[in-house]
Design a protein around this ligand. Structure first.
Ligand SMILES: Cc1cc2nc3c(=O)[nH]c(=O)nc-3n(C[C@H](O)[C@H](O)[C@H](O)COP(=O)(O)O)c2cc1C
Length: 210
């Protein structure tokens, strides 16, 4: 009989510093509903990653917030990023964080190079962060990350699916999120040479269909 496989370790962070971030809340939800084959850990904040500056980078040691995140990324089987959209692009704080992560750490190397990454995003607006995700995908490709091509998840009008009193998203939103996580689990498993996880998704043009 084959040994049971250890769950995939997924490190997640949001491209928002906001306390009541929809994207942060969706990651907390993802950690709660993740499929059994996945342990999803949400990195508490990227607020401790300073503005990228090659002079700071050249001074040792690296800033604590950068080292903390690099270690967490390096230890993970995959990374999940939830991005808001700012001015039809990804937020500056997220791009800044990725610029740090793209650099060669003396001990850890380039932690995103070859790393399986999934992205999604939520906005109160109507377009679901399509433009932000497109540009995030572009930047991740430049740093050698392996970004999951499908399924894709664009969450529009997110405020209407969140209930502050119970601090939960509605069932339809949780279902879409779980389907996305199952797709990520199957895709990362394939990258790592694992058996494909059972998954009942149907994909049409890269998007999840129910
Ligand atoms: C500077 C700025 C620019 C924004 N531009 C966009 C935009 O281009 N498209 C969009 O859908 N929402 C835009 N928004 C609204 C954000 O999607 C919204 O604030 C969202 O809640 C941020 O994500 P969070 O809840 O995870 O913090 C913008 C917000 C700010 C502050």
């Amino acid at each position: 009989m084959s040994e049971p496989q250890a769950p995939l370790r997924i490190l997640a962070f949001a491209g928002s510093l906001r306390r009541n971030s929809h994207n942060g809340r969706l990651l907390d939800t993802a950690a709660q509903i993740a499929p059994p084959g996945m342990v999803l850990t949400v990195h508490d904040t990227i607020a401790d990653v300073p503005l990228f500056d090659e002079d700071v980078e050249a001074s040792t040691p690296s800033p604590d917030g950068v080292t903390r995140l690099r270690i967490a990324v390096a230890a993970a089987d995959g990374v999940l990023i939830a991005t808001p959209e700012y001015n039809q692009s990804l937020p500056g704080v997220l791009k800044n964080t990725l610029d740090w992560l793209s650099r060669d750490d003396a001990e850890l190397g380039e932690v995103l190079s070859g790393k399986p990454v999934a992205i999604f995003g939520a906005t109160p607006g109507k377009w679901g962060t399509r433009l932000a995700q497109s540009q995030l995908r572009h930047a991740l490709a430049a740093m050698g990350a392996l970004t999951m091509p499908a399924p894709q998840l664009y969450m529009a009008e997110i405020a209407s699916s969140y209930d502050a009193a119970s601090d939960t998203f509605d069932a339809a939103t949780r279902k879409r999120l779980l389907a996305f996580l199952e797709g990520f689990e199957a895709w990362v498993g394939k990258r790592l040479g694992r058996a494909r996880a059972p998954c009942s998704l149907r994909l049409v043009s890269g998007e999840i269909q129910y």
